[in-house]
Structure formats: C-alpha cells, structure tokens
Design a protein around this ligand. Structure first.
Ligand code: MG
Length: 382
C-alpha cells in the first residue's frame, strides 16, 4: 500500500479494541484515514471520536442522533462494504458482528477481526466467503496474531505439526474448586494481565475464552483440532507458538499489549515503530516464564468448548449463546460462578444440531440456546 493512507472503517469504535485501534491511527495520522466509525450508542466518546477523526460515514445501531455531524449515517453492512474502505476493523461484541463481517468479506475487504463470535459461530461461512473473494482475515486477538507472526514466511500448513495457544489461566488458576464456588463478579472481573470488556474477562476466568480461541485458530489456519493445544502461561509474555514438522517451535513474545497485535494487523506486511504504550521486553529483568497444563476438571467451560468445536454444526453457536446468557446471569448475581458450565452443558445436551448450517440456522440456534438457558437455569442450580 506504500505511501497511500490505509482507509479504515472501525466497527465498535468505543469499545476496548476500537479505542486502541484509534490510538494506533492517532500515532500515524498521515498513514491512516478513518473513513467510517460505528458504535452501538451515541456516547460522548463516540462524538469525540467523530470530531477528532472526521469520518465520512458513521453508524449507530442504537439510540443517538447525528444532528451536529456532517458525516453520512449508514448501516454497519453499508460501511463494511463501502468502496472507500480498504480495511474493516470488526470489534463489535456478540452476533451483531456477523452480518457486517460477512458483508465486508463478500466485498473483498481486508477484515481486521477482533469479534470472537464471527469464527466461533460462523467459522465455515466466513472462511468460505473469504476464500471466494480472496479477502484476508487479519486476526487482532493476541494469540492468533502471534500464530500469524510465527507462520509468516513458512510454506504452509503441511509443515505445521501443532499450534500451541497460551492462556494466562485467569484469576482463579491457583484456586480450589471449593474456593471457586464462592467467586463474586468483582473477583471474576479482576484479570491479572489483560484489561478487557466484562464478558471476555469472565470468559477468561472460566477459560471459555480459550476454548473459543481454539475454534478461531482452527478456522483461521485450517489446522485440525487434535493439532491445536493450549498451555497455561501466567506471565502472558509468550503469546502463542507454532511447532513445525521438524520439531522447531517458534513463539512470539512481547509485554502484554493489545495495541501491538492491532498495529501488526493494520500495517502487515510492514512493521512500524513500537507503540508508545508498549514497553520493550527486558529478558534479563523479566523473571521466569512458566508453563503448565490446563486443569480441565476445574475449568469445565474449556472442555465443553472443545467438545462443541469437535461436534461442529450448530453446537458452537449454542455454546456461545448459552455462555453469554450464563455470564450475564452470573454478573447479575443470579447464578454462582460454577453454575456457568453447568448451565451451558445442560443447554448443549438438549440441542438437536443442524448440519451445514446457514446463517439463518445459526441465528436460530443462538435464539434457541438463549431461551433454553433461562428455562434450564433452575436445573443447572440444582
Ligand atoms: Mg486472546
């Protein structure tokens, strides 16, 4: 892309990934142009972003007014497929990310992907669309971005023996099951190494998030589930590894940062200056790096996710929806922490899968799972 500014649409501009994306843009005002920003609500943050970046297009999916803006209001799908956009940053939580991502891929746009649900729920559809138009999916999540960086310059998946995702282990890594039974929302929201939104923070505490990431890695890199491993690495310095056919392991390391993977996704194949917020890694001063296996007895969500992944079809959609409902119920103090996997398991066990699901089938499975999560709340608690 050379000296021409990269033209971005940022979907989910006021969230954690969205604001950090705009901080990367702010560091390189001549090399990026923000063509569109979209958010759920017209908050003060959103208005300030519109004033600072002067996008031509804006999108609000919920309440908000545009009376003092010169930007053109459009839908997220229109923004994602707009001819003036080169790269679509997808950072909207939940299923709302699906339609605009598919629209962007259909239009052949590069998609810098942060929203988990796209590949977890609709991995096959998204990858088929991307393959058809040649649109690249650039993973923003630190683990998948690390795998990508390890794979750059290699010859292909035939030479990949294993993908190894790292997991911080969350705040309850050293807790017993008895201690975990009394976990409060405040404790689950206090992640040791990463600052993220509430849903993904609780998913990191249950390790459901790592299960989702296994699915995303499978779709992004076309590697079989049996060749995707997870290792707990509490320091969050090694962001993931690839083992190759000859036994070599490549890893990507840095201090924990979301800005770095966002910047890599937006500047690939180039590497620009280190983000200001990222401290250089001092290996000698860092202290030991440790690795341990995932305790699947304690973190049942992780096992449920792997099982749903291997079953495929509509199971991952049901897992994702049931998890979102269970996490909301936990944060509302209506179910205890350890009932999160019980409730998800209950919903999964009652699901009749649809094979080769269409987008409508996936949305229907999602709605079914949400209804049944509430219906079976009592069963999960007993
Ligand atoms: Mg991650």
């Amino acid at each position: 892309m050379g000296d021409v500014a990269r033209r971005l649409a940022v979907l989910g501009s006021t969230g954690s990934i969205g604001t950090q994306t705009l901080s990367v843009v702010r560091a390189y005002p001549d090399r990026f142009q923000v063509v569109g920003i979209g958010a759920r609500r017209g908050s003060d943050t959103f208005l300030a972003q519109v004033q600072e970046f002067q996008p031509a297009l804006v999108s609000l999916s919920g309440p908000g007014d545009f009376w003092d803006m010169t930007a053109q209001p459009v839908s997220l799908e229109e923004m994602a497929s707009h001819p003036d956009v080169d790269v679509v940053v997808v950072a909207i939580p939940g299923l709302a990310a699906l339609a605009p991502t598919l629209a962007a891929l259909r239009a052949g746009k590069a998609v810098a992907l942060a929203s988990k649900e796209v590949l977890v729920v609709a991995g096959r559809l998204a990858m088929e669309e991307a393959a058809r138009t040649g649109a690249p999916i650039l993973p923003v999540d630190s683990e998948h971005n690390a795998l990508w960086q390890c794979l750059v310059g290699e010859r292909g998946r035939d030479e990949v023996a294993r993908l190894i995702l790292t997991a911080s282990g969350g705040p309850f890594r050293d807790w017993t099951l008895e201690e975990m039974a009394a976990v409060t929302p405040a404790q689950a929201l206090a992640h040791p190494t990463w600052r993220m939104g509430p849903k993904v923070t609780v998913d990191s505490a249950t390790l459901m998030n790592k299960g989702f990431e296994v699915m995303e890695a499978h779709w992004l890199y076309g590697v079989l589930y049996e060749r995707i491993g997870v290792v707990v690495h509490p320091q969050s310095i090694v962001h993931s590894l690839v083992e190759f056919a000859d036994g070599t392991l490549k890893a990507q390391l840095s201090n924990p940062s979301m800005t770095l993977p966002i910047q890599y996704a937006l500047t690939y194949p180039e590497r620009w200056e280190r983000p200001m917020s990222l401290r250089s890694l001092d290996l000698a001063a860092m202290g030991p790096l440790t690795f341990e296996a995932v305790d699947e007895e304690k973190f049942r969500c992780f096992r449920l996710a792997r099982r749903a992944a291997e079953s495929g079809d509509t199971y991952p959609a049901v897992l994702s929806a049931a998890d979102e409902e269970a996490v909301a119920l936990f944060l509302a103090r209506r179910i205890p922490f350890l009932a999160i996997p019980s409730l998800i398991e209950e919903v999964l066990s009652r699901h009749t899968p649809v094979t080769s699901p269409s987008l409508d089938d996936l949305l229907e499975a999602d709605a079914w799972a949400r209804r049944h999560a509430h219906q079976y709340m009592g069963v999960a608690l007993s």
